[in-house]
Design a protein around this ligand. Structure first.
Ligand SMILES: NC(=O)C1=CN([C@@H]2O[C@H](COP(=O)(O)OP(=O)(O)OC[C@H]3O[C@@H](n4cnc5c(N)ncnc54)[C@H](O)[C@@H]3O)[C@@H](O)[C@H]2O)C=CC1
Ligand SMILES: O=C(O)[C@H]1O[C@H](OP(=O)(O)OP(=O)(O)OC[C@H]2O[C@@H](n3ccc(=O)[nH]c3=O)[C@H](O)[C@@H]2O)[C@H](O)[C@@H](O)[C@@H]1O
Length: 428
């Protein structure tokens, strides 16, 4: 099928490449000319394992092209909207990019097939698709479908090619049929429903995942006092298939471009309807205070951090991405600096971008260099190279052998044997 993908960020680019891999004819469109120029040369503007190779392959095969001009998509039967829906000042989702894209499409001529489906992949408040469909009523042959995206950064290609499920919301047989044809051959459970249900499934899923994390983070605070090990507790819990092993990892909190903004957008939507989502409110509270709670443990141990050197390992919000949106590291750097610590930080991809916000941090090129002369080291993002280290050498290079593992990813018992004082999140 001829498909246009509007917005070539994390979701748009992954969607464009994966649909091209399924044999469709894809045109990726973005307003940012520099991005399009880079993409045309097979260079990915974002870091995502496997993406650049697949991009180059699809460009070579000829079923993926890029443009800054939406008019180049005049023959597209499907228009995927993958633009950002960031947090507005009141917490709601800012729909300005989405509405601009819809109005661009509405002003285009229909393709020669006479039918076109606008597919909303961006995460949008429940009711958005219906409102857009209402506005477009009268444009014959133009349909609106909701098809939320569930991929995770860091494994975006894998998730796009083997999705956990495909959720399709629409109100017309023509839209369902087109979506069915598009995803024919993708082996995944499908949920076909109304647009509003599809939109709600997306927010409810992200809110639930965020809830799992904050629940474990709050239990980790108790575990610290009880002297228990939250990772063992999580392991034991996860063996119950009703609970499941995923998303039970306590840490310094969730970050990223989605959980923070989607939880507040859902709270905002509920508030507009007079409903209080008190659990979700608490989920956000726990997440907001989690980095500070962990830093307090560090300050207690060091009797303050002023004038001390602290190593910070990992800056992006999770490994295998270059995204620092809402990354817990930003809160950690800010608090440490405020309290007068000197900081050496390591991240394989994000030093330059974090450096623009925190110029006084010493960004080192190798993880081991961050530990040199440090009075304590903190793991904030569990990059492989920040976890697999020569611990004897590291201990010898530090001013004090104190480790704070914000992701429970360092080998605590082994480290104690080597002579470190080890503190994890909810385990010591
Ligand atoms: N990042 C993620 O892992 C996931 C994101 N989502 C949702 O998908 C949506 C997109 O997220 P990201 O890909 O992270 O956003 P992003 O911010 O990385 O990319 C958005 C892109 O859209 C482009 N754009 C904006 N308006 C445009 C227009 N009118 N025409 C053409 N291009 C335009 C921007 O230049 C940018 O390149 C959001 O609603 C997000 O909540 C959903 C699942 C996963
Ligand atoms: O809507 C979205 O944008 C996406 O949001 C998340 O994906 P993502 O934010 O890319 O990454 P996750 O793997 O979910 O991690 C989010 C944050 O939670 C943290 N996390 C994750 C799992 C866990 O057990 N504990 C924990 O602290 C991670 O460190 C990270 O900071 C969801 O997992 C995706 O399904 C969804 O499509």
């Amino acid at each position: 099928m001829k498909v246009a993908v509007i917005g070539t960020g994390y979701v748009g680019l992954t969607t464009a490449v994966s649909l091209a891999m399924h044999g469709h004819e894809i045109l990726g469109i973005d307003l940012v000319a520099a991005k399009i120029a880079q993409l045309r040369q097979g260079k990915s503007p974002i870091y995502e394992p496997g993406l650049e190779e697949a991009l180059a392959q699809m460009l070579e095969q000829g079923n993926l092209q890029f443009s800054t001009e939406i008019k180049d998509a005049r023959e597209a039967e499907m228009m995927f909207i993958c633009v950002g829906t960031p947090e507005a000042s009141d917490g709601s989702a800012d729909l300005s990019y989405l509405l601009a894209a819809v109005s661009d499409i509405a002003s285009m001529q229909q393709p020669s097939t006479g039918k076109r489906v606008i597919v909303i992949k961006s995460t949008v408040p429940v009711g958005t698709g219906d409102r857009i469909a209402e506005q477009l009523r009268g444009n014959d042959g133009l349909y609106v479908a909701s098809n939320p995206e569930f991929l995770r950064e860091g494994s975006a290609m894998q998730d796009a090619l083997k999705p956990s499920r495909i959720v399709i919301g629409a109100d017309h047989e023509a839209a369902f049929a087109a979506m069915e044809q598009l995803y024919n051959g993708v082996n995944a459970a499908k949920v076909t429903t109304t647009r509003a249900n599809a939109e709600f499934i997306k927010y409810a899923s992200n809110a639930f995942l965020a809830t799992k994390i904050s629940f474990m983070n709050e239990l980790a605070r108790l575990s610290t006092v009880l002297g228990t090990d939250i990772t063992t507790v999580a392991q034991g819990m996860g063996l119950d298939s009703r609970i499941g092993p995923e998303f039970l990892r306590a840490g310094v909190g969730y970050g990223g471009s989605c959980f923070p903004k989607d939880t507040i957008a859902l709270l905002q939507l509920a508030g507009q309807h007079g409903i209080s989502l008190s659990i979700l409110d608490k989920v956000r509270d726990v997440n907001t205070t989690q980095p500070a709670w962990f830093l307090e443990r560090l300050e207690e141990q060091l009797h303050g951090v002023a004038g001390k050197k602290i190593a910070v390992l990992g800056l992006v919000f999770k490994p295998d991405t270059d995204d620092i949106r809402e990354a817990p590291s930003l809160k950690v750097l800010e608090a440490l600096q405020k309290k007068g610590a000197s900081i050496a930080a390591y991240d394989p991809v994000a030093s330059a971008i974090v450096g623009a916000q925190f110029p006084n941090v010493d960004y080192v090129k190798h993880p081991a260099a961050a530990f040199r002369g440090a009075h304590a080291a903190m793991l904030i993002t569990e990059w492989k190279e920040c976890v697999q280290l020569d611990w004897k050498e590291i201990k010898a290079s530090m001013a004090a052998p104190i480790l704070f593992d914000g992701r429970n990813a360092w080998p605590g018992n082994l480290l104690k044997d080597v002579g470190f004082v080890y503190t994890g999140v909810g385990r010591s």
